[in-house]
Write a protein that binds this ligand. Structure first.
Ligand SMILES: Nc1ncnc2c1ncn2[C@@H]1O[C@H](COP(=O)(O)OP(=O)(O)O)[C@@H](O)[C@H]1O
Ligand SMILES: [Mg+2]
Length: 429
């Protein structure tokens, strides 16, 4: 991969000696300074007045300027002001040369941007010391500026990298969301197929279950007629009978509704549910199937409610698959021994359901029973357990299967125990 950031760099190393512009109107002084500085190894450009000094500096910015204050024409302050107005020359340090030791003059020099003063007559050691100090300072400042620029570049490149990473993460998340939604849809499809496959069982159950409330409604209606035909109609009894009829009617429509829900094709809807209630309804739907198969269903539901956030239809489907498997497993037993026990309780902080039968237990590899299309039954589809597992896992739970030490199989699952937040008062109705 190419690195978009240029490597850390510093301005080219310069010799300790500098490129110095000396501006001085007195020829003898100019000559003296030029000579001394050149002897010390500096590259020196002499300028006898302000105009020439500016011209030379603009042609090639020096590293340092020694600038006389008192000059005919343009004085040192004005030269300095113009240097500071030029973006390319602004950073070049200016040391004023002056015969005057007046503090006001010095203050004025600093005000226009000078960095130091050297008083005439010159002490060459002092000149050399100040020149070297300011050269080094200027070079350090330049190096710092280079490094800052490099750091900024680095930060910018990192920010760009980060933005790219965030973008690709976003893309990945969108893809994952899409895949998740697809797999949910596929699960809904397969689950619906599986429910349809059990439709005959449900229909038999429905016919059976409806008989009971319908018969009750009929006999209650007949009784009401008798009460009304009496010489003094027993209205209180009739009112009671009507309440009974309403209750039976409600039960019948609940049954029809549950069956409709199971057979309907719908996308999963997560809601706050009581797992005990899901178990109860599933057992109710299969009660007549159990009667036909001469199988005793017992429920042990712990506590008033086991709240879970889940899709009701899908959980019912899990229960129905496990109950049907249990009943299948006991088909060869004498009727009295066909006992299916369903329990629901809190376990390890989660809502747990166990479906236990007294059949021969799992006779195959336990790993395989949750695979799709794995079946040991002649007319089996091999979808019940794989769908149950997919649904439970989709809900963030675990499912397992095993054999009981005293015979029979047990299939259990656990779901996170959680209630969806109540619809707040502020929510739209
Ligand atoms: N309660 C059980 N007792 C014994 N074996 C079982 C039980 N439940 C499931 N199995 C085994 O797991 C297999 C897969 O079950 P399932 O996925 O429901 O498909 P199917 O019931 O159509 O065979 C069954 O064929 C059976 O071998
Ligand atoms: Mg099955």
């Amino acid at each position: 991969m190419t690195n978009p950031v240029t490597p850390a760099y510093a301005p080219p190393e310069r010799p300790a000696q500098g490129d110095i512009l000396v501006v001085e109107d007195t020829p003898a002084s100019l000559q003296l300074l030029t000579g001394l500085l050149s002897e010390a190894g500096h590259r020196v450009r002499p300028a006898p007045d302000g105009e020439l000094a500016l011209w030379s500096a603009r042609g090639q910015p020096p590293e340092l300027i020694l600038l006389d204050i008192r000059m005919p024409g343009m004085d040192g302050y004005e030269v300095c002001r113009q240097l500071k107005d030029d973006a390319r020359l602004r950073e070049v340090p200016v040391i004023f040369l002056s015969a005057c030791t007046d503090t006001d003059d010095k203050l004025r020099g600093f005000a226009v941007g000078g960095v130091d003063f050297i008083s005439k007559p010159y002490q060459f050691e002092e000149v050399q010391a100040r020149v070297l100090a300011h050269l080094e300072l200027a070079r350090l400042r330049q190096r710092l500026a280079y490094q800052n620029a490099h750091l900024e570049q680095l930060v910018e490149a990192k920010a760009e990298e980060l933005a790219q990473a965030r973008l690709s993460l976003l893309g990945e998340r969108q893809l994952r969301d899409l895949a998740e939604r697809e797999s949910r849809l596929r699960l809904s499809e397969i689950a619906h197929m599986n429910r349809n496959a059990s439709a005959t069982v449900y229909c038999a159950a429905l016919v059976h279950e409806l008989n009971q409330p319908l018969a009750a409604i009929m006999s209650n209606a007949e009784a009401a007629e008798l009460f009304l035909n009496m010489e003094r109609p027993a209205l209180a009894e009739v009112a009671e009978i009507l309440a009974d009829i309403r209750r039976d009617d409600l039960r019948a429509s609940e049954l029809i509704q549950s069956m409709r829900d199971l057979l309907k094709k719908s996308e999963a809807v997560t809601a706050s549910l009581d797992l005990n209630e899901v178990v109860r309804v599933a057992a109710m739907l299969l009660a007549s199937e159990a009667r036909v198969r001469q199988c005793a269903l017992t429920l042990a539901l712990d506590g008033p409610a086991l709240p879970v956030a889940a899709d009701r239809i899908q959980l019912q489907q899990v229960m129905i698959n496990l109950i049907l498997n249990g009943m299948d497993a006991m088909a060869d037993l004498p009727p009295g021994a066909r006992r299916l026990e369903i329990s629901a309780a809190l376990a390890g902080g989660q809502a747990q359901v166990l479906v236990r039968d007294h059949g021969a237990g799992f006779t195959c590899d336990l790993e395989r029973v949750f695979e799709s299309f794995f079946t040991t039954k002649p007319g089996g589809m091999g979808l019940g357990l794989s769908i149950a597992a997919a649904i439970v896992r989709e809900h963030g739970g675990q499912i397992w299967a095993g054999n009981c030490p005293d015979g029979g199989a047990v299939v259990g699952f656990r779901l996170p125990r959680e209630a969806l937040p109540e619809q707040g008062a502020g929510d739209a109705p």
